[in-house]
Design a binder for this molecule. Sequence first.
Ligand code: NAD
Length: 260
Amino acid sequence: MPLNNKVALVTGAASGIGEQCARKLASLGAAVVIADLNLEHAQKVASSIVVTGGKALALAMDVTSEEAVNSGIEQAVKDFGSIDVLVSNAGIQIVASIEEYAFSDWKKMLSIHLDGAFLTTKAALKHMYAGGKGGSIVYMGSVHSHEASKLKSAYVTAKHGLLGLARVVAKEGGPRGVRANVVCPGYVRTPLVDKQIPEQARALGLSEAEVVKNVMLKETVDSEFTTLDDVANTVAFLAGFESSALTGQSLIVSHGWVMQ
Ligand code: NAD
């Protein structure tokens, strides 16, 4: 069990990619903290991990609130003893052209994706440094950390921003044993994407099937969605990687949509 005796906190872990990451990390031996706005769903995920013999704790956490992040991380350390892995994953999507993009939506997007990543990093680093054990931070980027799409100004800006944050954390944290990397998935069928299909269809004047085929999967090598397991396995690989040889990087998991 490569993550035995490790503690992993995953934000946005009550649904979709974050949930699968938490399940995967738990299956590899980590005690997992399911941190999410939606406490009820977080508790269901934590219970189902515990029922199958894992260690899990559900926490209500709004990643845009410094107070909620700090108290959630303190609670996790109190219950499980440390934070060894942070998966900063919580995110939403709001699609609209720039001329129709409400400033309040822009600020909300940047706050959840970037303030959330910064605040959880700052709070987790304190414990990674204090324990002297270091740790691994994985940011949930996107193909949109490297590529642009219409209607996604705030999302593309935020996901590009995570590359910068990860590189700074890699430089500051490296001498103290902390690695930071970004996982960049292509489209994965989660509630976040299911909501977008009709929205993009309306905005682009296409059918929903055309959005899937000609927008979402158009540039992939095989017209396939990336799966939850594809992403969770990549996160687990980065979380458990043994040395600082792999830090400050982004791994694109997108069926070849973007190649670098
Ligand atoms: P999802 O909607 O299934 O899950 C997102 C979770 O984040 C939800 O449980 C929600 O309650 C939580 N959340 C939202 N705002 C929060 C906040 N302020 N504080 C704490 N939790 C909050 O979405 P998903 O598709 O699993 O997306 C997860 C991450 O993966 C996001 O960062 C997203 O940008 C990224 N991503 C998704 C895809 C995809 O195709 N689904 C592709 C690339 C990247």
